[in-house]
Design a protein around this ligand. Structure first.
Ligand code: FAD
Length: 576
């Protein structure tokens, strides 16, 4: 087994908190989204003792509610943010190489209409420039198509006014799984983590932020955790943490909400992802994913609780209207929506600018108490953001303690779930390997895994799903599957193999990914609550039964899990 994550077991939560409480850490991170996860991973790799607390499940904030793209930054190009295009381009190559099962190429078609935002020539030149800046591999570079070819590729596109299309490359991911794999990578290097652990207060020594008070939301116990450096990576809640820190002036952040809708692929049967103009000239994606297509996003100022954003009928109507104008034959309706999600993005206020014009750049604020806050940014740039924060911490610790920490090595370190990786080969060397086709893109490893799974009676589709979710760690799940034994006398029994596989995945998830609630598994470990609601409903009884047996839940707790599951289900539904 390669690159398996550290042991983050459901039963080990309390131990993680107690270990954090038993010593002074170098770094304590508030927030288990991608930003906090990246900082934890980087700090641990540099030899700092590091811990992270998350008030809900890992990635339950914005990091499971994005468009799920590792962007190349075409949009930044339109705003002239050349440096950002270069940076995200190289980051996305690196993530694809390190996690080929989870960061996959996704060709995107950009239809060009008469009177649209961009013409044929500007699209062609724009994508060509983007390809160069973002370091896109020659075989993935832009292709331009005339009207007839475009309609052959995507016959559902509105033909009136269509001039042609450009196709460029994006990368699709699963944001929650990416975050969890980074947390597992950090834990494997010795970092401590605990979820459902909410920071309720900051603790001070001589006026300096020196620790946090944490409430374990599952047991009700409280802990005081101390660290030389406290990092606020609470995403849309960052201002709330800054408010706890009396010394800092909150209000630097503006929250913007984005909504996505999921429909059956057969209701919007597109061959490629399509990125098109909405009537208000904002750009909207329609992205195929398995047997679903998802559509997003809206962008509106959000003033509610960052923990409860929801997709409203108004949001849904905006997106349906945009889709129906570009694909008039599909006539999507509210009743076609199978699920939806809403995410809140913290943006750094830029007075006088329209929401869509505000830069997605990240920014670090250091308050007079020493609290370090990081906000803004993208999933795609998480590693670079983390490096900036940890560089700052390393400089501060060197001044204060004299200890010198090495530079960032996350570009040379394996990630849980990814292929075997030789840290001695530099990142750029590995990248140039990828460019020449020498790098293992996971195809052979996937084929071998599929053969092993199918030999055990696991359906092809199930095996493929496991590989997409867990990559090289999926072999461990086969081990769990074997350990659950076979009693079908060598006969093929899809139902029994299906249930055994479910329990194998759940067992792995509880041992290695700290799954402690049913919704953790159905929403963020597997994604079924969003992309396969029928299955989520079908298996929820088995999942609750297994978890309650293993974790010793009483009837009241089982009841709470059911209502929590219903609440979670509602949150992924369009609300009136
Ligand atoms: C609609 C939308 C689409 C997007 N699409 C993309 C995309 O396709 N590609 C891309 O690269 N980026 C995208 N982004 C941006 C990206 O999703 C975010 O930049 C990223 O997820 C932010 O991660 P984060 O860790 O900073 O915040 P979060 O993921 O929100 O994490 C913050 C965490 O802090 C925790 N927390 C809060 N308060 C406390 C407390 N008191 N104690 C303990 N924990 C606490 C929260 O529970 C939360 O889990 C999108 C954003 C939005 C809104």
């Amino acid at each position: 087994m390669v690159n398996s994550g550290g042991r983050l077991s459901a039963e080990g939560r309390k131990d993680q908190l107690e270990q954090m409480a038993s010593k002074q850490l170098d770094v304590l991170v508030i927030g288990g989204g991608i930003t906090g996860a990246g900082i934890l991973w980087d700090a641990g790799l540099r030899g700092m003792s590091a811990g992270l607390v998350e008030k809900s499940d890992f990635a339950s904030g914005t990091s499971s509610r994005s468009t799920k793209l590792i962007h190349g930054g075409l949009r930044y190009l339109a705003r002239g943010e050349i440096g950002l295009v270069r940076e995200v381009g190289s980051e996305r190559m690196l993530l694809h190489e390190r996690l080929p099962h989870l960061v996959e190429p996704l060709p995107v078609l950009l239809p060009i209409y008469r009177g649209g935002k961009y013409g044929f020539l500007s699209t062609s030149l724009g994508i060509a420039l983007y390809d160069r800046l973002a370091g896109v591999k020659p075989e993935d570079r832009r292709r331009m198509y005339r009207r007839g070819e475009t309609l052959m590729m995507e016959p559902l596109l509105r033909p009136e006014g269509l001039l042609g299309a450009g196709v460029y490359m994006e990368y699709r991911t699963d944001d929650a799984r990416l975050t969890i794999e980074i947390i597992k990578s950090a834990a494997r290097n010795g970092a401590h983590v605990c979820h459902y652990a909410e920071v309720t207060d900051l603790l001070y020594r001589n006026g300096r932020a020196a620790g946090v008070r944490v409430r374990d939301r599952l047991s009700g116990d409280t802990y005081a955790l101390y660290a030389r450096k406290i990092v606020n990576a609470a995403g849309p809640w960052a201002d709330q943490i800054r408010r706890l820190d009396q010394s800092s002036e909150p209000g630097r952040l503006l929250l913007s909400k984005g909504v996505h809708l999921v429909v059956a692929r057969e209701r919007l049967p597109i061959g490629k992802a399509v990125y098109f103009d909405a009537p208000d000239r904002r750009m909207v994606f329609a992205i195929p994913r398995g047997n679903k297509t998802y559509i997003g996003t809206t962008e509106t100022i959000y003033e509610g609780d960052a923990g409860e954003p929801s997709a409203t009928v108004r949001d849904a109507e905006y997106l349906l209207d945009a889709v129906n104008r570009v694909f008039p034959a599909v006539r999507l309706q509210l009743s076609d929506i199978e699920s939806a999600w809403a995410g809140v993005r913290p943006l750094i206020r830029e007075p006088g600018k329209a929401l869509s014009d505000i830069s997605r750049k990240d920014e670090i604020f250091v308050s007079p108490s020493g609290l370090i806050s990081i906000a803004g940014g993208k999933l795609t740039g998480f590693r670079k953001m983390a490096a900036k924060v940890v560089d700052l911490i390393a400089r501060q610790l060197e001044d204060e303690t004299g200890v010198i920490y090495p530079p960032c090595t996350t570009d040379r370190s394996p990630i849980s779930g990814g292929p075997p990786f030789e840290p001695s080969r530099g990142a750029s060397e590995q990248r140039s390997g990828a460019g020449t086709g020498e790098q293992d893109d996971g195809g052979d490893a996937r084929d071998s895994f599929m053969r092993q799974a199918v030999r055990r009676g696991i359906a092809q589709e199930e095996a493929a799903g496991l590989w997409t979710r867990y990559g090289w760690n999926a072999h461990e799940i086969l081990q769990y599957f074997d350990d659950l034994g076979t009693d079908n006398g060598g006969r093929r029994d899809d139902d029994r193999a299906g249930k055994r596989l479910l329990l194998a995945e759940l067992g792995y998830s509880m041992d290695r990914e700290m799954t402690v609630r049913v919704a953790d598994f159905l929403s963020r470990r597997t994604g079924w609550m969003i992309f396969d609601r029928e299955r989520a409903e079908l298996v929820s009884g088995d999942v609750i039964a297994y978890m309650s047996r293993r974790l010793g839940w009483d009837d009241a707790r089982v009841e709470r899990e059911w209502s929590e599951l219903l609440r979670e289900r509602r949150s992924y539904t369009v609300q009136d």
